[in-house]
Design a protein around this ligand. Sequence first.
Ligand code: ADP
Ligand code: AMP
Length: 217
Amino acid sequence: MSPLFIVMLGPPGAGKGTQAKIVAQNLDLVHISTGDLFRENLKNETELGQLAQQYMDEGELVPDDVTIRMVEERLSRPDCEDGAVMDGFPRTAAQAKAFDDLLSKFDAQVDVVPYIKVPDDELVERLSGRWMSPSGRVYHEKNNPPVVKWIDDIDGSQLYQRDDDKPETIRHRIEVYNQETAPLIEYYRDKGVLVEIDGTQPIEAVTEDIMQAIKEA
Ligand code: ADP
Ligand code: AMP
């Protein structure tokens, strides 16, 4: 069977990470979040983490060459043989092109791009209330609270708020998205793989729409 590559597209806070985790589990695929990979490098104080930190703190994108190399390395591991659910990558036209070239080497392509649409004012509310688990699981203080405040339901670890989930940085990240990433909507629409998803629905309803889109791809 040919591998299946899904790209979650949408602004910061749309629910890409939330949905990518569920969809990857449903389909038994790996979930690749470039944000999580950078944060892991930051925590482990690697050279890559040190390089990424200043960009992440300011809500800027990490340079394309660094990001593409990191994804290339991740995709070369055997657990990606059946495909992957990409979350937060690609984020620029250059990354999208590099990703296509990379996949073509494995006779693969981007199969479906769920574009999760949520209005800007809702994004700020979602990101300001986002609680993260070190494992990458995502909660929201009101919309998707853990059973015990600040504790991960699954592994009991302490939840935290991301440094870049401050109102000024959130607004800048949305600007960067509009400038650098939003053009990918037309890029993937032209390829016939884009499916618009109403991201304002409850989490389960969004998942259902995405699973349906994948089935029809
Ligand atoms: P992204 O990965 O696109 O930045 P996340 O998946 O981290 O977004 O979600 C951002 C915040 O919004 C999290 O706190 C999450 O719990 C919450 N959230 C995700 N999906 C929904 C939804 N459908 N309705 C309400 N809140 C949601
Ligand atoms: P995220 O967890 O997807 O919100 O990403 C957090 C931060 O990591 C972003 O604001 C960027 O600084 C960096 N980042 C994540 N993915 C990419 C990417 N594909 N290209 C460049 N920078 C990225």
